[in-house]
Write a protein that binds this ligand. Structure first.
Ligand code: SF4
Length: 230
């Protein structure tokens, strides 16, 4: 398997763990605020292969205690379960980031017990999903199925939304709250602009707006948190 990026240590990507983050190329969404746009079409040169990643992880045993897998959309990699199995053989718990478009693959991973934690994006209300995911006429059925799998499963998970001033409004959070009512953890992550973001002219919301939007969801979800806010 081709690995398209490796952050050698992070305290942010895998809650409660000192982890590294592994990036896979390719994604079936085109979010206008994406931070990893160079990875989306899968054509970026890989930085290492699977064996090199496993050799790195072997050297870091005792220093790291988790591996976060992200993208792009990592579930597009058909050999991902085998790689996760090998990472776990080295003693590392695995966290998976996903946009929820491959519930069949997610289900197989959840059933195997191979991942300790899943972070799934909820891009917006159903009404504004297409605009926020950059896919006109998006079919939300797979995303809805992934939400249900996580909420009905045993694996620890979070839902999260990258919040962009131009893409979100009060209704976004009423509708997201209704959609994931009863979920364990939900985070609003403040958008930050970068040179690599595919669309210019997007902005982070003000922090008081983020707090207000968190308050909208709070009655519907067990814990609601903010990221990127003081
Ligand atoms: S789902 Fe994630 S990786 Fe894919 S385009 Fe959206 S933000 Fe980027």
């Amino acid at each position: 398997m081709k690995i398209h990026g490796l952050q050698k240590m992070t305290l942010l990507d895998f809650p409660g763990r000192v982890a590294c983050t592994v990036f896979f190329g390719g994604c079936d969404m085109r979010c206008p605020f994406c931070h990893n746009a160079e990875l989306l079409d899968g054509s970026a040169p890989p930085v290492m292969d699977e064996e090199e990643l496993l050799a790195f992880l072997k050297k870091r045993q005792g220093l790291l205690d988790g591996v976060a897998i992200t993208g792009g959309e990592p579930l597009l990699q058909k050999d991902l379960p085998q790689l996760i199995f090998r990472i776990r053989e080295l003693g590392y718990p695995v966290k998976l980031d996903t946009n929820g478009t491959h519930p069949d693959r997610l289900d197989a991973l959840l059933r195997s017990g191979a991942v300790e934690y899943v972070a799934m994006d909820i891009k917006n209300s159903p009404e504004r999903y297409s605009e926020t995911a950059g896919i006109p006429g998006i079919d939300l059925a797979p995303v809805r199925e992934s939400v249900a799998l996580l909420m009905n499963g045993k694996t620890t998970y979070e839902f999260r939304t990258t919040v962009v001033k131009e893409l979100h409004d009060d209704n976004s959070f009423y509708r997201i709250g209704e959609w994931i009512r009863g979920a364990e953890h939900y985070y609003l992550q403040k958008f930050t602009d970068r040179d690599t973001v595919p669309f210019g002219g997007l902005h982070a919301p003000e922090e008081r707006q983020m707090r207000r939007w968190a308050d909208i969801v709070r009655p519907m979800v067990h814990t609601v948190g903010l990221r990127g806010v003081e």
